[in-house]
Design a protein around this ligand. Structure first.
Ligand SMILES: Cc1cc2nc3c(=O)[nH]c(=O)nc-3n(C[C@H](O)[C@H](O)[C@H](O)COP(=O)(O)OP(=O)(O)OC[C@H]3O[C@@H](n4cnc5c(N)ncnc54)[C@H](O)[C@@H]3O)c2cc1C
Length: 254
């Protein structure tokens, strides 16, 4: 008799594990996602270390179009006045098969979704309660439906609500008081940064990370600023104060 696995959350973690189990005849797998659709926000990048690539290759990532990803060779550290401080050679962690990889998050999610069958995914399903009934686990969803399964994989992200439900206590991530600002650039703001590497620019109270996400020249920019999150942040003023004032080359980037 097949064992039934419920995967909670259709982020990268949930979709990956579902793909790994999908062809195993001993298991029946279902992914439950609280949102109405998959989050395919354009633009944002993701970095995959060789170990993640080795897992994703088991489900065919190596067949992805070569133009859709990049393999940065170095992580270069720069000072606020764009002088290189030092570097880390990322390719030393690579093997012939598994290389440090960067790509658009939406490209990865699309790939993971396409490899799954439509009947492996259910949307609009937010976990309300989980109870044990003999050897089985009963999941009650907020839309008053339920499922009886053998195993549950909780992959509902850093703000996981399901972990709190299972543990019966509130589990919250520790917030260190920073915010992330992201954008996509077509050109490097500073000519001496290497477009085939990851650039990390160290500023006071903030840092900026720039990396290629494909072979079309698109670059992902993430800027982390030490600033408590609130509803009334003046983003323009914050960027001016914490970034542009220290590095004028970023004036046109945001
Ligand atoms: C600015 C920024 C940059 C980042 N860059 C990188 C990077 O370069 N590399 C990297 O590895 N990571 C990066 N991360 C972290 C990245 O977000 C995670 O690595 C990755 O998205 C985690 O995937 P996940 O599947 O665990 O969770 P998520 O992507 O958060 O997916 C969780 C899913 O579960 C669903 N869900 C939540 N609660 C429930 C519920 N009760 N019932 C059902 N479904 C539910 C959510 O809707 C969501 O679809 C970055 C994060 C940020 C904010």
């Amino acid at each position: 008799m097949k064992k039934k696995i419920a995967v909670i959350g259709s982020g990268i973690a949930g979709l990956t594990i579902a793909n790994l189990f999908k062809n195993n005849l001993n298991f029946e797998i279902m992914v439950y996602e609280k949102e109405k659709t998959l989050s395919l926000e354009e633009g944002y990048g993701i970095q995959l270390a060789p170990n993640s690539v080795s897992i994703l290759n088991k489900i065919g990532l190596s067949s992805l179009d070569n133009k859709e990803f990049s393999n940065p060779s170095n992580l270069n550290f720069y000072s606020s006045d764009n002088h290189k401080i030092c570097d880390l050679n990322l390719s030393r962690f690579n093997s012939e098969e598994f290389k440090y990889t960067t790509l658009k998050r939406s490209v990865l999610i699309e790939f993971l979704k396409n490899e799954l069958f439509a009947n492996n995914l259910r949307f609009g399903k937010e976990v309300k309660k989980i109870s044990q009934i003999k050897e089985k686990l009963l999941i009650n969803f907020k839309d008053n439906t339920n499922d009886l399964v053998d195993f549950i994989v909780i992959s509902d992200g850093v703000f996981s609500n399901t972990k709190s439900i299972v543990e019966n206590k509130s589990i919250q991530p520790v917030y260190n008081g920073s915010i992330a600002i992201r954008t996509i650039l077509k050109n490097l703001p500073v000519s001496n940064y290497d477009k085939n590497s990851i650039s990390l620019i160290m500023l006071k109270n903030s840092h900026i990370v720039i990396y290629p996400i494909n072979k079309k020249g698109e670059l992902n920019v993430v800027c982390i600023i030490r600033q408590k999150l609130s509803n009334n942040i003046d983003l323009k003023a914050l960027i001016k104060k914490e970034i542009i004032s220290q590095n004028k080359k970023f004036r046109k980037s945001f």
